[in-house]
Design a binder for this molecule. Structure first.
Ligand SMILES: [Fe+2]
Ligand SMILES: [Fe+2]
Length: 249
């Protein structure tokens, strides 16, 4: 009885195409992309549980909407500035995972999330050289204790700090009492404009000043703006802000 009628299995990459004397590239496992990452069951759990934990302590939305947006914006920043496609993909992967550490604790969530991502990405088959780039970006995304240590990290910082929006407020009844909710609720539109020719990145906000004064925005987001400026500088661009069409920086 023959258990393997086809005979010994040939290497898939070279099957039927090998040429004597020519070394052909070995097919490696398919690269992990943003799309495969987003559909991973453990990623879904981490992202949802991190957001649930923040809901419990009164923070704005940090779930699939926020991290999906950060992933897309981080990807687009690097693409528009002419960085390699894979770097942009790594920025998207880091963007999607950047807040999972909140499932552990809000404090030091950037660093905790980086360690969680390390194990996850290693198991998914991401090469070590890419894993360290992703976790370096995750571990540095928070404005209080992070720095743009690479282009991937800079893109994630800019993308994360640009997500100020009405839809992040969980309970509009709270806007009277909570300045973060009020400022987010006042922002009707936010768009991160990357002008590759002028080497300028501009956060364009439309704020309903009947809900929150522009000063309140600066009161709570000054450190975020400084982090964005630093990240833009790392990418060889300058950072600007417009509120209701007026350039403020
Ligand atoms: Fe964060
Ligand atoms: Fe975030």
């Amino acid at each position: 009885m023959t258990l393997n009628p086809a005979g010994p299995r040939r290497h898939a990459a070279n099957a039927g195409t090998s040429v004597p004397g020519v070394v052909e590239p070995v097919t490696t496992a398919k690269a992990v992309t943003f799309e495969t990452l987003r559909e991973h069951p453990r990623v879904k759990i981490y992202v949802r549980k991190a957001d649930e934990a923040l809901a419990e302590i009164g923070y704005t939305e940090h779930g699939e909407r926020h991290v999906g947006l950060v992933a897309h914006i981080a990807y687009n920043i690097l693409k528009r500035l002419g960085h390699p496609e894979r770097d942009a993909q790594l920025a998207a992967i880091a963007g999607y995972l950047h807040d999972i550490g909140n499932a552990v604790n809000r404090d030091h969530h950037a660093q905790t999330g980086a360690v969680m991502a390390m194990q996850l990405l290693h198991e998914m088959g991401l090469p070590d050289a890419e894993v360290v780039r992703v976790i370096g970006a995750i571990g540095n995304h928070h404005e209080n204790d992070g720095d743009p240590v690479s282009a991937v990290a800079a893109a994630v910082i800019l993308a994360d700090k640009s997500d100020v929006h009405r839809t992040r407020v969980r309970n509009p009844d709270m806007i009277k009492f909570d300045i973060h909710d009020r400022v987010n609720y006042a922002v009707e539109k936010s768009f991160l404009n990357v002008d590759e020719a002028a080497k300028q990145i501009t956060l364009e906000l439309t704020i309903d000043t009947a809900i929150s004064q522009v000063m309140e925005y600066f009161e709570i987001f000054m450190t975020r703006m400084l982090a964005s400026r630093k990240a833009a500088k790392f990418l060889g661009t300058s950072f600007g802000l417009t509120v209701n069409g007026n350039r403020l920086t």
